[in-house]
Design a protein around this ligand. Structure first.
Ligand code: HSE
Length: 430
């Protein structure tokens, strides 16, 4: 875009991040290096009268975000509404179709429609940037989009959801169970009133889908991601895992091999001294592994008004500087969806926890189920828990095909001494 003295932005969505951006612009309107002044010339949100930390009375209001996106009174459209469909998608499409640059924090939109939006952007000579969509204020997108292009990225793995990280950390620290900690987190405003997107792993699934696309030069392919959340993680497992030297984290992984791409989010045991295990509270953390560079580790806030607005502002600064790149790592017309690896051929290690009757021969029967399926035990622990019916037995396995591990679990599930279904959590391979 041509150099301007004033860059006019239209902001759709005035929640935490939108209000944070308005505050940032009013405090530092010259934040774009070498650029002009940034001015908010239009806003749109669901409710004009909602209580906000910023005064919007003097900014032109648009009831419909699509009208704001199409308005010639702004040069850059900033979408902070959220959601993969509906007004967010319609407004982004409207701006891109007229060649207007778009900055968004919307991970669901990019994970689900990124390739089509990239094609629309590139066909119309518009920029589409989404640094704030992944890890909030911690620059993961720019890292992959810009800094790593000289290398071939083979693995991206990390903690991408602060709400889940907070809940798991708090369960361990306070000894309270999942529901109790979640209720507290909602009361304190750390978790959404409807927490499904976070605790179900879907938010992290959207984010790792975007990172995989940037890392491997393919189209974001959210349906190919395998997603499991933290709602089944029990305090007992957090405690037993710790006794074995691990901490349970919600880990998102994208890896590439000759067989294709694997994109997964699931609870995983991480060794206590591993950097991901040490990223506590609401922190986000990420490993990027390049063939020649090796491993890079970044950690920081993945949410919050200030950090996320700073990431949006960094994208606005990129638009102002005139930086032009394909939205992903290749022109959108050449992007292919991921080829997911055949998960039945995947291998891994597992933590398996059983609740059994305390009677002779149970451990032998458990060992036999594993041996018969061809799974080798790495460690084994039987621990009485006061007041509990039965005894927890917990074991970790050596690496085995996941199909073989599933067969061993199926055999154990049939043991008469079992008091509850086995609980299986993967051990992180990072
Ligand atoms: N809800 C997200 C989280 C923050 O808990 O990490 C926004 O992406």
């Amino acid at each position: 875009m041509k150099k301007k003295d004033v860059w006019r932005i239209g902001v759709a969505g005035l929640g935490t991040v939108g209000a944070g951006l308005l505050e940032l612009v009013s405090r530092r309107p010259h934040f774009a290096p070498g650029g002009g002044l940034v001015s908010v010339t239009g806003v749109s949100a669901r409710n004009r009268a909602a209580k906000r930390s910023v005064d919007i009375a003097a900014i032109p209001w648009f009831d419909n975000p699509v009208d704001l996106a199409r308005s010639t009174d702004n040069d850059i459209f900033v979408e902070l509404i959220g959601g993969s469909e509906g007004p967010a998608k319609a407004a982004v499409e409207a701006a891109l179709a007229m060649g207007k640059p778009v900055v968004t924090a919307n991970k669901a939109l990019i994970a689900c429609h990124g390739a089509k939006l990239a094609a629309l952007a590139e066909a119309n000579g518009a920029t589409l940037l989404f640094e704030a969509a992944v890890m909030g204020g911690t620059p993961a997108v720019k890292m992959l989009r810009e800094a790593m292009v000289g290398d071939e990225v083979e693995l991206v793995a990390g903690i991408l959801n602060g709400t889940c990280n907070y809940i798991l950390s708090e369960m361990e620290a306070s000894g309270r169970d999942f529901r109790d900690v979640l209720a507290d987190a909602q009361r304190l405003g750390y978790a959404e009133a409807d927490p499904t997107t976070d605790i179900g792993g879907f938010d992290a699934g959207h984010k790792i889908t975007i990172l995989a696309a940037l890392a491997f030069g393919c189209a974001p392919t959210y349906p190919a991601a395998e997603v499991e959340g933290i709602d089944q993680v029990e305090l007992l497992d957090i405690r037993l895992a710790k006794d074995l030297g691990y901490r349970i984290k919600l880990v998102a992984t994208a890896s590439r091999s000759a067989g294709g791409v694997s994109v997964r989010v699931h609870p995983a045991l991480t060794p206590l001294d591993h950097p991901l295990a040490r990223a506590g509270g609401a922190l986000n953390a990420l490993f990027i592994e390049g063939r020649t560079i090796g491993r890079i580790f970044i950690q920081g806030p993945g949410a919050g008004a200030g950090p996320t607005a700073a990431a949006v502002a960094a994208d606005i600064a990129d638009v102002i500087s005139g930086a032009v790149r394909p939205v992903f790592q290749a022109p959108a017309t050449t992007l292919e969806p991921f080829i997911p690896i055949d998960q039945s051929r995947a291998t891994g290690r597992a933590y398996i926890r059983l609740l059994v009757k305390d009677e002779p021969g149970v451990i032998a029967a458990v060992s036999e189920s594993l041996a018969d399926a061809g799974v080798s035990i790495d460690s084994f622990l039987q621990k009485s828990v006061e007041g509990a019916d039965g005894v927890p037995i917990v074991l970790t396995t050596h690496t085995a095909p996941e199909a073989v591990l599933s067969e061993a679990v199926r055999r154990m599930s049939a043991l008469p001494a079992l008091l509850a279904p086995p609980r299986v959590i993967r051990i992180a391979r990072i």
